[in-house]
Design a protein around this ligand. Structure first.
Ligand SMILES: [Zn+2]
Length: 114
């Protein structure tokens, strides 16, 4: 049974949703590999929901904003799945593998980012 409150990937900070999805070096590397121009450096939010709400506000006026938000959600989901794979199965996943899986899902789901 896992009892540490530290991030299982880096062991440097307490694990939180914001840490796993945005602040951990692994998450930053995934977002960098995503080519979605998602800013993770200098985030002053300690809350993932605050960050996502800001993303929603930024995308509100953009064409295809729902598709972009779906794409961001897919990346979050794949980062979370990689975290679960590490914790529960000891599966090592690279940031680029997460990005490839995310883009594959986005393509199969016909999420239109054009
Ligand atoms: Zn971490």
């Amino acid at each position: 049974m896992r009892i540490s409150a530290l991030c299982p990937r880096c062991g440097e900070e307490e694990e939180s949703v914001a840490h796993v999805l945005l602040k951990c070096h692994f998450a930053k590397a995934v977002w960098f590999a995503s080519n979605l121009a998602v800013r993770t450096e200098g985030i002053d939010h300690d809350s993932f929901s605050d960050w996502f709400a800001e993303l929603l506000a930024q995308q509100h006026e953009m064409p295809n904003n729902q598709d972009w938000l779906q794409a961001y959600s897919v990346f979050c989901w794949e980062i979370w799945k990689a975290r679960n794979g590490l914790i529960f199965n000891g599966t090592i996943t690279t940031p680029s593998q997460v990005a490839v899986k995310s883009w594959s899902f986005i393509s199969e789901a016909q999420i239109d980012l054009c």
